[in-house]
Design a protein around this ligand. Structure first.
Ligand SMILES: Cc1ncc(COP(=O)(O)O)c(C=O)c1O
Length: 502
């Protein structure tokens, strides 16, 4: 039994209001008796940071989670307290009405749940410095780690564009003319001409009417799915989709279901189960852990037949698939209008950061005025915008980079097959080396590290528990000799850890 007194149903409106007055008075620098409980928090001088603090204090006081928007929705002490009491809130700690005293650091031990959460990282720590190695220099497909030069066989810089002089120059010029930060969200001063220019460039590259930028690919997926769907709708995702598509479905108010990986029968079953509800199908164009390509023509066909919206994540297909690198629709010879929502990142083939959605004008307008992560988050810095735009221009001017990537891939896959690795089904520059158990994946990755090759083991929960692997990727930055170095090292370490016998 702790010395914390647990009260239930002991909280009345007046006590809660008094408690809130006592919390707020020191924050807004007013004596208790001058805090007007009917005045809005804004009028009392509560800024958004203090509002978040009040919400957190209320949660601690009441011992339960309350909606994050509560201070905005009930903007006075009277209204907020009334709402909380009406919704059956009870205090789980003694509703002491003494003003809260600031606690000394010693009096605030780490909350136990931090420790529980930190334990989740133990498996990563066991892997030593296999994860999160610190890179000090990156040059093409090489980087320094702990003073050693390692060959990057795990980079997403598919087109080898990182450090391209034209891209660096564009970023530098944007830094000089606009600076490194915009200090504003898009609607209130964070939109510059180069933001709109990049959106137009992306739209034209994807052959759509318009496009919208978000600050990360992760944010793009969450916001797009959450904003475009509501209660009663169905979000239907491939079981191997990237985590941010999964999170988008899970965070939305829609019903979120998955279908067996690239299994069209399973997709059709879910579309039928959804009946007359509004449906949104979300798939990766190229699956990030397996490197296989979604069967897009069949998915397009099913979405048409069942009246579902189709969203495709092109994080690993833009710049990679299609003769000119325009992605999975170009690869299959589809029309851009066959896909409703073309999503992609600027952080893989393009050496920048951010995500985009390309599609119809209505889609972009719908997102602009409903995606809270776009409305309430700061605009992407100009150097990143300029770098992304220059990278797309380089790709348009040098489509041979895509061809080079595929030549490298063929050399790599042939080499691996020669070493006895079963990689004949490799479809894209993501080539997983499947292992029998986690230990083997860790041994393969650390053995390769010793050989001067940087790769990472991928184990559950990133992939199914029985499918550990070392995910390798090749890029157009690699020379034939560098591919051969990687293949030879994989052969040596693969034999040592029992993956291949040749
Ligand atoms: C398929 C896929 N979608 C989205 C993302 C998120 O993109 P970003 O890293 O730009 O947030 C990733 C990142 O690895 C990804 O692999």
């Amino acid at each position: 039994m702790t010395n914390q007194t647990i009260y239930t149903n002991s909280l009345d409106l007046e006590t809660l209001k008094r408690w809130m007055v006592q919390q707020l008075a020191p924050v807004i620098h007013l004596p208790h008796d001058q805090v007007d409980t009917s005045a809005s928090f804004l009028a009392l001088g509560l800024d958004s940071v203090a509002a978040v603090g009040l919400t957190a204090d209320l949660e601690a006081f009441l011992g339960r989670t309350i909606p994050p928007t509560v201070v905005a929705d009930y903007p006075t002490i009277d209204e907020l307290a009334g709402f909380l009491i009406d919704s059956g809130m009870t205090a789980t700690v003694s509703p002491s009405i003494e003003p809260a005293k600031p606690a000394s650091p010693e009096a605030r031990p780490t909350p136990p749940w931090f420790k529980d959460l930190a334990k989740r990282g133990e498996r990563l720590r066991e892997a030593g410095d296999l994860f999160e190695p610190v890179l000090t220099d990156v040059d093409g497909c090489w980087a320094n780690v702990n003073g050693r030069r390692l060959l990057l066989l795990s980079s997403y810089s598919y087109l080898g564009l990182n450090g391209h002089p034209r891209i660096n120059a564009a970023a530098k010029k944007a830094t000089e003319t606009i600076g490194t930060g915009l200090h504003a969200a898009r609607l209130i001063g964070g939109t510059t001409e180069i933001h709109r220019d990049l959106e137009r460039t992306l739209a034209s590259f994807k052959r759509t009417e318009d496009a919208l930028l978000f600050s990360t690919g992760y944010m793009t997926n969450i916001m797009t799915i959450v904003s475009l769907t509501s209660e009663g709708d169905w979000v239907i995702g491939d079981a191997f989709n990237h985590a941010c598509l999964v999170d988008g479905g899970a965070f939305s108010n829609a019903k979120f279901v998955t279908f067996a990986h690239s299994n069209m029968q399973a997709l059709e079953t879910q579309l039928q189960r959804a009946g007359s509800a509004r449906k949104m199908v979300v798939v990766d164009g190229v699956f990030s852990m397996d490197g296989d390509i979604a069967p897009l023509p069949q998915i397009v066909d099913l979405c048409r037949r069942y009246g579902a919206l189709l969203m495709v994540d092109e994080a690993h297909s833009i710049g990679v698939l299609g003769r000119t690198g325009r992605g999975v629709t170009e690869h299959f010879g589809l029309d851009s209008t066959d896909v409703d929502i073309h999503m992609g990142t600027l952080s893989k083939s393009f050496p920048s950061m951010g995500g985009y959605v390309a599609g119809s004008r209505e889609l972009v307008a719908a997102l602009k005025y409903s995606a809270r992560g776009w409305i309430f988050s700061s605009s992407m810095p100009a150097p990143l915008i300029a770098a992304a735009k220059a990278a797309i221009e380089v790709l348009i001017d040098e489509p041979q980079r895509v061809e080079r990537l595929w030549t490298i891939l063929r050399r790599y896959v042939d080499g691996l097959r020669g070493q006895g690795f079963p990689v004949e089904n490799a479809q894209t520059p993501i080539v997983p080396i499947m292992c029998k158990e986690d230990r083997q994946a860790f041994e393969l990755a650390s053995g390769l590290r010793e050989e001067g090759i940087l790769v990472y083991p991928i184990v559950y929960p990133a992939v199914p528990a029985n499918q550990p692997r070392v995910r390798t990727t090749v890029t157009a930055a690699m020379s034939d000799e560098e591919v051969d170095i990687a293949v030879a090292a994989l052969g040596r370490v693969g034999r040592r850890v029992g993956l291949t016998t040749i």
